[in-house]
Design a protein around this ligand. Structure first.
Ligand SMILES: Cc1cc2nc3c(=O)[nH]c(=O)nc-3n(C[C@H](O)[C@H](O)[C@H](O)COP(=O)(O)O)c2cc1C
Length: 483
């Protein structure tokens, strides 16, 4: 398998931890593009170390990191060894992201992305990508640098307009000091606030390694946005993933005024249809995503001029995905019974983007359960920066305790129906926090409308399927495909 090969299938990045290193590695070894999620990996690496999850693989990756003093610090802080404070049932806190990272969090973030990419790339020469969300801004620079240190081949980024990323990748992969403007809520933009990363400062005087610049695929939902990005003064993406609103995870909001269906879901119309010819005219490779989980859809995409497809939902429920095993199994069983409906929730995500939620028992996908969760904001990845009255920067999240949000100038109506995706998604990978008062964070599961089709990947008599099963069916290598 040559690294120059153009992948036909991109296994979509799925946070938090669903597109695990193991899933990405399997897909990559099959000659396609395996993508790890870079979202909140600082937190999940720390919790993995505490829980000794994938210990041998994690240790191999930690040992390969170029700056070992940092690894000593991380190990001594998070290893479940002699720390008397460490309570086996609870996870030690990890610093919350802010614009200026503490040294601890900076090191942990770079190392975590390095580790995840390293583990996905270990032992073969296939292509591995990392997915980040534009909306989650403060970890972006250290996350990208960590992935680049591990030789990541592709960066994929959507959920916002990732216009600066081509220039950022040029700069970071040349080991140059790099900045990224951070959006400050309701600011008029006269005083730009930057997130900053210095590879030289990070290396603390040690020799800087030579780095490869990864390719960049921007995740977009329209031809005008793709065109705009391709003409940007900050450089063009190397290609696009064009994602439809039936995809799992966050979706682009419908164009125009938000209208809701009888079930309270956003209505998409003709203005949201994608002009594939216009995308093709840009002349860059593109992939179609959102409901492309079959061979017929793959063929259709290539007929529209796409290099291939990006698929998430089908991979999210396969054996190698990072979703907690019994939860995955419960959802497959529910789908067999015609349950496990996917709802596009216009409110759930603190980002304000529509977010797909699986309505499955014992999770925050059930509104009555979600409403009962006592609000607490202790992970903070989706907090937005805002300017306090004294001019300093503060942070707030519409899913945090309502009073706190309002005290920080947030609007009461913005808190309605918001879910703590940070804690819910981490619980979905089986690393949810247990609190002193005996409560436990419970999962929230996202999937695309394609969830109802996951049974097509199950062989008769089997209760689970593998990433290879998905690839075989997507690429039409299985004639007995059940529709
Ligand atoms: C469980 C899950 C989590 C996802 N998380 C992310 C994410 O963190 N970032 C992102 O860009 N896309 C995310 N997506 C979207 C996928 O990368 C992919 O584009 C999408 O799933 C394709 O559509 P499909 O779900 O119909 O296959 C997620 C999808 C799923 C199913």
């Amino acid at each position: 398998m040559s690294k120059e090969r153009v992948p036909r299938i991109i296994q979509g990045g799925m946070g938090v931890g669903i597109s695990s290193w193991r899933l990405a590695k399997t897909v990559s070894m099959e000659g396609e593009l395996g993508v790890i999620s870079g979202t909140a990996v600082a937190l999940t690496l720390a919790r993995r170390i505490m829980e000794r999850v994938d210990e041998e693989d994690v240790n191999r990756a930690l040992d390969a990191f170029p700056y070992q003093k940092m690894i000593e610090r991380i190990r001594s802080k998070y290893s479940p060894s002699t720390d008397e404070q460490f309570n086996k049932d609870r996870f030690k806190a990890v610093p919350i992201p802010t614009i200026e990272y503490s040294k601890d969090l900076l090191e942990l973030t770079v190392v975590a992305c390095f580790v995840e990419v390293y583990m996905a790339k270990y032992g073969h020469d296939g292509l591995v990508g990392m997915n980040l969300l534009e909306k989650v801004q403060t970890p972006t620079l250290p996350s990208l640098y960590g992935a680049i240190l591990a030789g990541v081949d592709y960066i994929l980024m959507g959920a916002g307009i990732p216009i600066r990323i081509p220039a950022v990748l040029d700069s970071l992969s040349s080991n140059l000091d790099t900045v990224l403007p951070i959006k400050i809520a309701e600011d008029d933009g006269t005083e730009i606030v930057y997130s900053k990363f210095s590879p030289t400062g990070f290396a603390e005087g040690e020799k800087l390694p030579e780095l490869k610049r990864p390719k960049f695929l921007a995740i977009v939902s329209s031809a005008p946005l793709a065109l705009h990005l391709s003409r940007s003064q900050y450089g063009s993406p190397d290609g696009f993933v064009v994602e439809m609103p039936i995809a799992g995870g966050h979706n682009a909001p419908p164009r125009g005024k938000l209208q809701l269906s009888e079930t309270g879901e956003p209505i998409y119309g003709v203005r949201d249809e994608v002009d594939y010819e216009a995308i093709q005219k840009i002349g860059l490779p593109f992939y179609l995503a959102g409901g492309y989980g079959s061979h017929e859809q793959y063929v259709m995409a290539t007929n529209l001029g796409a290099s291939g497809i990006q698929v998430g939902t089908a991979f999210a429920f396969c054996e190698e995905s990072g979703m907690e095993k019994s939860l995955k199994q419960r959802i497959i069983e529910a789908v067999k019974k015609g349950l496990g409906k996917v709802r596009t929730d216009p409110l759930a995500s603190p980002t304000g983007f529509p977010f797909k939620v699986v309505e499955i028992d014992e999770t925050n996908g059930i509104p009555e359960i979600a409403e009962k969760r006592q609000r607490i904001c202790d992970l903070g990845y989706l907090r937005e920066a805002y300017r306090k009255d004294n001019g300093n920067i503060g942070y707030r999240c519409p899913a945090e305790p309502v009073d706190d949000f309002v005290k920080k100038g947030g609007k009461l109506e913005e808190t309605v129906g918001r879910r703590c995706l940070c804690n819910g998604l981490v619980a979905t990978m089986g690393l949810g926090q247990k609190r002193r008062n005996g409560t436990e964070e419970i999962p929230i599961v996202t999937a695309g409308d394609d969830l109802k089709f996951v049974l097509r990947f199950l062989k008769p008599g089997q209760v689970s399927y593998t990433a290879k099963d998905v690839l075989r069916i997507l690429l039409g290598k299985d004639l007995k495909q059940v529709l």
